[in-house]
Design a protein around this ligand. Structure first.
Ligand code: ATP
Length: 626
């Protein structure tokens, strides 16, 4: 009689509402119960099969997880809901788990990826959500993995488990391309996902037309003659001869050009001209064998390159980028940002600029300036591409999204409120990033030009959040009218006239960002319709009435018991810093170095002293990320 397993089973049953047909007689051996199979010596339970017996509610913890010798667990076709208890990870001998056809929810159960003996895992037809973790690769013995009909989202990780012969992720919300390792499974394994593409599904659409590709018939329709007569044979011959001569002429021109260029380039030493010095890798597009591309090269005077900056992590070329599947993250004033998932699995963000108003050389010079910026609180620009028709910037992808989404996004999707501790850390991190831009080498400085919450990107590194500023220094690429002037509510008053961002107009924008963190309210933004408010004005009016906690985000004031007087004092301190930043006169605003120093002083209590660096100082080399 497996005594301890019996106790675990009884605990399971008494804590799980079920239909009456499951009668386990506690005075009989558990090995005789419906659905229970014991080991040959009856010392432990090795299988529990309770399909379709009307089990209801969440799986109680400390029950099934105690069946330490269990090989098979089948609870399929019941009404179980909620997440799986974490102690299922104790079932280290489990080789088959069938939970399909329930109402289970939560992220992909992390506990399951520890069950390395699993050969069959079926959690299909539930309400699981979030990303499918790469850690399923831990399950080296899997022969069947069935995840269909859930709400899994994000990209499909590459799963390289040789033994896998049954696989299904259909009817989820996955996007990106099917990884090579899974392309051997049939189309039906992937059908019914919003944005999944690539073999065996239809090919992924590249998100921008290849600059090297010939114009499509839609964009360049073949002119039709007014009468639709068919061409005579003579006309066809004449056209063929003419085309052949043109082609010959072009080839001749190309030859002359190549010889000329080779001669010119013979002393192949760097001349100081050409690609920016900060850029080490320039990946050429197209193939030299194609006359079409070479003609393109002739016309373009220099062949198009995806230019990477030093110290980057990536090794893909423009062709890879063109083949990537992409999802629009959002449209800004200067263009559209895409999350691009390359075929080999790398994810980057590509910003496709429109209406760039500078020459290629000017563009490269600005890229060189931006590409040199290296700071943990600034989103690095990894690469750029410039051609007549396309201007692209490549950045790291931040899966946790922006501060704007975290503050104002819906709380429904499991996103908890942002506590004071993390808000202060985000403020300091963003401040250090901005301070670094302003004082990168102690001279000059780069105005960010578009400080706002959607340009503060987050990476969750438990227990806190790390923040970095993106989209910096792009305004010089545009005419003042089209430039990314600081968005609505973040725009310093003087910008209405001058239109040229300065370090002090950044400080104003940063002040509004601090007010947003403190109040939880959105500043006015054209893209938000009429929703936002003039934050500095609103705060001033409330504060003038009575210096109270009225301005602070209710989420902060509820604080779940953690909120206390000391925290409120810090909030008031930060409010004062914010108000100094949004002074109407630029001269009255503090410099970013000073702003960071003041914030660090406020945080003295919460941010461990060893984490504080000289980030606020004039040198701008921010200390470790808060
Ligand atoms: N590297 C990134 N990783 C993750 N999300 C990003 C990244 N860059 C931008 N985003 C998000 O994509 C969306 C669109 O960004 P984009 O920069 O194109 O527009 P914007 O920030 O709204 O406006 P603007 O172009 O004026 O800065 C924003 O919500 C932004 O937070």
């Amino acid at each position: 009689e497996p005594t301890s397993d019996k106790a675990a089973l009884l605990a399971f049953l008494s804590n799980t509402p079920h239909e009456s047909r499951l009668r386990w007689n506690s005075s009989a051996s558990a090995c005789t119960w419906v659905g229970v199979t014991c080991s040959s010596d009856a010392s432990s339970v090795v299988a529990l099969r309770l399909p379709g017996v009307g089990l209801l509610g969440t799986l109680p913890p400390s029950t099934l997880g105690r069946l330490s010798n269990l090989r098979v667990l089948s609870l399929r076709s019941n009404h179980l809901s909620g997440p799986l208890p974490s102690d299922l990870s104790n079932l280290t001998h489990l080789h088959s788990l069938y939970l399909q056809g329930n109402l289970l929810s939560g992220g992909f159960p992390a506990t399951l990826t520890n069950l390395t003996h699993l050969t069959r895992l079926d959690i299909s037809n539930n309400n699981f959500s979030g990303e499918i973790p790469f850690a399923v690769n831990n399950l080296r013995r899997l022969t069947g993995l069935f995840l269909e009909r859930n709400n899994f989202s994000g990209i499909l990780p590459s799963i390289n488990v040789e033994s896998l012969s049954g696989f299904n992720v259909s009817s989820n919300r996955l996007n990106g391309s099917v990884p090579k390792s899974l392309q051997r499974f049939p189309k039906s394994s992937f059908d019914g996902n919003i944005d999944l593409c690539g073999a065996p599904l239809p090919p992924c659409q590249s998100f921008f037309p290849s600059p090297a590709s010939p114009p499509t018939p839609e964009t360049n329709p073949i002119p039709k003659t007014s009468n639709n007569h068919r061409l005579s044979t003579a006309a066809i011959i004449a056209i063929s001869v003419a085309s052949a001569s043109v082609l010959l002429l072009l080839l001749l021109l190309m030859l002359v050009f190549c010889v000329f260029r080779r001669k010119k380039q013979r002393p192949a030493k760097p001349t100081g001209k050409g690609p920016p010095s900060g850029a080490v890798t320039a990946v050429e597009t197209g193939t030299t064998s194609s006359s079409k591309d070479d003609i393109g090269a002739l016309a373009e005077s220099e062949r198009n390159k995806l230019v990477f900056f030093e110290g980057g992590l990536y090794s893909f070329d423009l062709e890879d980028l063109l083949r990537a599947s992409a999802e629009v993250l959002g449209k800004g004033i200067v263009g559209t940002s895409y999350k691009a998932v390359l075929e080999e699995g790398t994810t980057v963000v590509v910003k496709r600029l429109k209406d760039v108003a500078v020459t290629k050389r000017e563009f490269e010079v600005q890229m060189e300036v931006l590409g040199r910026v290296k700071h943990e609180n600034v989103v690095p620009l990894r690469a750029f591409y410039y051609s007549k028709d396309e201007k692209l910037l490549v950045y790291d992808y931040f899966p946790a999204g922006s501060l704007s989404a975290l503050l104002h996004g819906s709380r429904g999707s499991g996103r908890g409120p942002l506590d004071w501790y993390n808000r202060l850390r985000i403020a300091i991190a963003a401040g250090r990033g901005l301070s670094h831009l302003h004082f990168p080498t102690g001279a000059g400085g780069i105005p960010h030009g578009d400080v706002k919450a959607s340009n503060v990107l987050l990476s969750p590194t438990a227990p806190s959040v790390v923040a970095a500023l993106s989209d910096f220094g792009l305004h010089p690429l545009f005419t003042p009218a089209a430039a990314p002037r600081a968005a609505g509510g973040y725009r310093a008053p003087e910008l209405v006239e001058t239109k040229k961002p300065t370090l002090k107009s950044d400080v104003y924008g940063f002040g509004v960002l601090l007010l947003e963190l403190l109040t939880g309210k959105s500043p006015n933004q054209a893209s938000l319709g009429e929703e936002g408010i003039d934050l500095p004005r609103w705060v001033q009016s409330v504060v003038r009435e009575e210096w109270t906690a009225e301005v602070f985000d209710v989420e902060l004031m509820m604080g779940g018991g953690d909120s206390n007087n000391a925290e409120e004092e810090e909030m008031v301190g930060l409010l004062q810093v914010a108000m100094a930043c949004v002074a109407t006169s630029p001269d009255q605003r503090p410099e970013m170095g000073e702003v960071v120093r003041m914030m660090e002083e406020i945080a003295n209590r919460t941010v461990e002293s060893d984490e504080k660096g000289g980030g606020g100082g004039g040198s701008g080399e921010g200390g470790p990320t808060p």
